[in-house]
Design a protein around this ligand. Structure first.
Ligand code: OOB
Length: 521
């Protein structure tokens, strides 16, 4: 397969981090915009080279792993480019992650460094770093954007540019996190060649070029805003990336007006909020051409309203950090754009929709999606046994998604096989939440299920059976316990149901279907 991808030009000598604008006019153009100011391509290039030199001077070496957790800001982009250029591998954590998740990422990746902000809202990340250092043994550096406290300031990672090794295009360039089908997130290795192909091809599909201005409203550490085409795809096409510290309309609308944003991406729960705000705003949003929506299912009514309310084209994106990306095309008929989640990005993407017995499902019939292609992983990093169940012998990735394919080849996502709550695009692994509940309270049993939610699509409902039925925990107790355990806020259950027992199947397995049905009733 690798030979085919090379021969057909999907993989070439392109590596990440080196595509910045070349002509003098391009180099003088704006690469990044934040609320605080802007940075040209030339300056971004220079700062990345200086940080690359600083990282090597600090003793990091190519192949080392670094857990990166920074808000959408210039530092995050400079650092990413510096890491790609040195062959040091970022492990992208989400801004919402806390000690539990960061500890897991450091342990699994064997990271030698953790890069975090000084603080965001109520969280002092230097305290997170302290706990992670106590619980792991590979970390040698903590770099902090802002006041470093006892650690090293990221701004001091600097040096006169040095000759850099050129990475092999088929080497791993970065790690993304799985949405977590069960348990904590798994690491997804993405190579220079595969990710560079994704960036080229997504920019082409979305019409992103030197005149494009992409707004990163979602966290840049997530595949959607990083590379679909996102910040990296826009930069390599010579365009401008705008970095928003939050995805809310009050933060993003002024940036859209100021920078003349042409394209942005959102998860579904944000869309109705943007549509409402657009009705009343004084900001000029007329530069916006494309709104990409993905991460979870977008409802029909909202989808229909987008073009009129925002004056732009809607593009549905059904993607995954593991690889495969599906898009509705900008010139698709309205019906396709509103009703489907699109079709594969690449002619080399192989997709199979299989019934439970493994046979091929027909058009319109629901089955599980299996996929293989030039930018889809062949195995999670250090996942051993798990890889045997998540991939077929021929290397197809089992997505766990239940889909239908229309006659024209567009997908509709109808649900999931695996146990995960899709909370408006944020994936909550139920097993992990159950483990936290059982560890925090004296319980006979715990089961976490997704319930339909008007805003989020799905919300997390924790069903617990307390040992002492006279003193059951309350939702507030649960919230406090999760905070105390240093778990990302999006994993805290939205609802708590106290039961006397949990329904079981014939063979004595927890029957979540029956549980869901009893709560619906
Ligand atoms: C994106 O990536 P992940 O890795 O956070 O989550 C992937 C899963 C998919 O397997 C599917 O279950 C769900 O999220 N999903 C959708 C969807 N897009 C993703 N479900 C229904 N409709 C959609 N449009 O979520 C992601 C990565 C790149 C681009 C966009 C989204």
């Amino acid at each position: 397969m690798a030979r085919t991808y090379r021969e057909q030009g999907y993989w070439n000598t392109d590596v990440l981090g080196t595509w910045l604008a070349r002509t003098p006019e391009e180099r003088a153009g704006t690469a990044l915009v934040t609320a605080a100011g802007s940075v040209t391509h030339e300056e971004l290039d220079r700062r990345a080279d200086r940080m690359a030199a600083g990282l090597l001077r600090a003793g990091l070496t190519p192949g080392d792993r670094v857990v990166v957790q920074l808000p959408n800001d210039v530092d995050l982009v400079v650092l990413s480019l510096a890491l790609f250029r040195t062959g040091i591998l970022p492990v992208y954590a989400l801004p919402a992650h806390r000690t539990t998740e960061i500890t897991h990422l450091v342990t699994t990746s064997g990271a030698v460094a953790y890069v975090c902000p000084e603080r965001v809202l109520d969280c002092d990340f230097r305290l997170v770093a302290r706990e992670v250092l106590d619980r792991t043994d590979s970390l040698r550096h903590v770099f902090v954007a802002g006041d470093p406290g006892p650690y090293t300031a990221l701004s001091s990672v600097d040096g006169d540019p040095v000759a850099l090794p050129s990475p092999d295009p088929e080497d791993v360039a970065l790690f993304l996190l799985s949405g977590g089908t069960s348990g904590p997130p798994k690491l997804i290795p993405r190579t220079h060649a595969d990710y560079a192909y994704q960036l080229r091809e997504t920019a082409r599909l979305c019409g992103v070029g030197p005149d494009s201005v992409y707004l990163a409203a979602l966290p840049v550490e997530h595949n959607f805003a990083l590379g679909c085409p996102g910040v990296l795809g826009t930069l390599r096409a010579g365009g401008t990336a705008v970095l928003a510290p939050a995805p809310t309309a009050d933060v993003c609308f002024p940036l859209i007006e100021r920078a003349g944003v042409t394209i942005t991406s959102l998860v579904p729960p944000l869309v109705p909020l943007w549509l409402d705000a657009a009705e009343w705003t004084d900001h000029d949003l007329s530069s916006l051409r494309v709104l990409q929506v993905g991460g979870a299912r977008l409802d029909l009514e909202t989808a229909r309203q987008v073009p009129k309310a925002l004056g732009c084209t809607l593009q549905q994106v059904y993607g995954m950090a593991e690889g495969l990306l599906n898009y509705t095309r900008l010139d698709d008929p309205e019906d396709v754009i509103v009703h489907t989640q699109g079709r594969p990005l690449s002619p080399a993407d192989e997709v199979r929709v299989l019934r439970e017995d493994g046979s091929e499902a027909g058009p319109g019939e629901t089955g599980e999606l299996f996929t293989r292609g030039p930018y889809t992983l062949r195995g999670y990093y250090r996942a051993g046994e798990r890889n045997r169940t998540r991939f077929t012998q021929e290397g197809f990735y089992r997505t766990g998604d239940l889909v239908r394919r229309t006659v024209e080849g567009n997908f509709e996502v109808v649900g999931r096989i695996n146990d995960v709550v899709n909370r408006g695009g944020e994936k909550v692994p139920t097993l992990e939440v159950e483990e936290h509940l059982l560890a925090a309270f004296p319980l006979v049993g715990a089961a976490v299920i997704a319930l339909p939610d008007p805003l989020m699509g799905e919300r997390t409902c924790a069903c617990v059976v307390p040992k002492d039925s006279a003193h059951p925990p309350t939702l507030r107790d649960v919230q406090a316990a999760f905070r105390g355990r240093g778990v990302a806020a999006y994993k805290v259950p939205d609802q708590l149901v106290v039961l006397e027992s949990l329904p079981m199947t014939g063979v004595g397995k927890l029957d979540k279907r029956a549980l869901r049905a009893s709560l619906d009733a």
